[in-house]
Design a binder for this molecule. Structure first.
Ligand code: FNR
Length: 357
């Protein structure tokens, strides 16, 4: 269907389900075992209600903000997700171009389908577009060290270290469909394959990830990454606090429900942090992803203290339409956010506060 008929992020998902290959749909949409966390991530936004404050002047609403030191047109970013080429030949490059008009930062996966320099160079240098690099720590640390050095030399100064994937989840839908053995991720060197368990791309392309990476290794990471560090995959207030104590930012995330089913919905973890360690919100940036599909979802996270939120699958599904699709998704989310802000009674991001939910 023509792009003009796409009205929300769910429309992009519905079109993707009908038009992408069986394998691509299985890999993108799948999650661990019964997919409870994947689905509850979304549903829990529907269990939380606004407390709108009215008769405030909301003629002008401004969604612009700063995320990890980078100016952004709206408080959301592309969560790093592997293999965008499966849905469009320009994959992550098209995504980058689609993010430029509204300055939406793009997270780039260690398992991206292009090397990072080809993604960064899809955007003219003078745009100074914000990119965040996502690292899976390699069992062979020297490979991670070389990669970090390479990424830094491109001018990228934010590293997301994903910590919720010492094992890949059991994504049954993905296991059931045979993987195309020609598919590879150039930066990590991971290749798609099949074995007697099935064709699960996440599992078979994640074999290099070091399951013995621990908190003490943050000093190693700090040594090799002088820029900002974010640990991605925090799922309890204790780990959030541990990170804050080290001066490391957090992305509260359960990997879109892909690794541990019945891990808590992301918004629950955010609430838990508000209740148990509210001080961290003034020490570090707290980011959230998982199940965010509407401008109102974004606003709820901001009211509860997040500085920005990430979206994974919606950006992959929008890339089905290339750069224009990504631009369109960004416009939709930004416009939904503006409407929600006006109706809740805030005109700028810094006015978001817990009393509004
Ligand atoms: C991911 N995600 C992910 N995370 C990461 O740190 N490195 C990665 O390579 C990937 N790859 C990946 C592939 C696909 C197909 C998906 C759907 C997700 C997780 C991603 O960054 C993010 O946490 C979730 O996608 C957020 O949930 P939603 O927005 O998809 O509901």
């Amino acid at each position: 269907p023509p792009l003009e008929t796409i009205m929300n992020s769910q429309d992009f998902e519905d079109v993707a389900q009908r038009t992408v290959t069986k394998k691509t749909w299985a890999f993108y949409s799948s999650a661990d075992t019964d997919c409870l966390t994947r689905d509850r991530n979304r549903e829990f936004f529907g269990r939380m209600w606004f407390r709108p404050r009215l008769l405030r002047d909301v003629k002008r609403v401004d969604t612009s903000t700063t995320i990890l030191g980078h100016a952004a047109g709206a408080p959301f970013f592309v969560s790093p997700a592997a293999m965008a080429k499966l849905v469009h030949p320009d994959g992550e490059r098209a995504m980058a171009r689609g993010c430029v008009p509204n300055r939406i930062p793009q997270g780039i996966s260690s398992n991206a389908s292009f090397p990072i320099e080809e993604i960064v160079s899809a955007v003219p240098k003078d745009k100074n577009h914000p990119f965040f690099f996502q690292l899976y720590v390699n069992k062979d640390r020297s490979k991670s060290e070389a990669l970090l050095k390479h990424v830094r030399a491109l001018g990228v100064d934010v590293c997301f270290a994903t910590i919720d994937a010492p094992q890949a989840g059991k994504r049954e839908a993905d296991e059931r469909v045979k993987a195309d053995e020609g598919v590879a991720a150039p930066m990590s060197g991971a290749k798609a394959s099949n074995d007697k368990k099935g064709g699960g791309m996440g599992r078979l392309m994640g074999g290099y990830i070091d399951p013995s990476f621990v908190w003490a290794d943050m000093t190693w990471l700090r040594r090799h990454w002088p820029g900002k560090i974010v640990v991605k995959g925090v799922q309890s207030w204790q780990d959030a606090k541990m990170s804050a104590d080290l001066g490391i930012h957090v992305l509260l995330s359960n990997h879109g429900g892909r690794n541990l089913d019945t891990s808590p919905p992301a918004i629950m973890t955010l609430l838990e942090c508000q209740m148990n360690c509210p001080e961290i919100f003034s020490q570090i940036e707290v980011l959230v992803d998982g199940g965010i599909r509407r401008g109102s979802d974004i606003l709820k996270c901001l009211c509860l203290g997040a500085t920005a939120v990430g979206l994974g699958r919606p950006f992959l599904y929008a890339t089905n339409y290339g750069q224009e699709g990504v631009e369109h998704l960004v416009e939709i989310l930004k416009s939904e956010l503006e409407t929600a802000m006006a109706l809740v009674g805030v005109t700028s991001i810094d006015q978001c506060q817990p009393g509004l939910v």
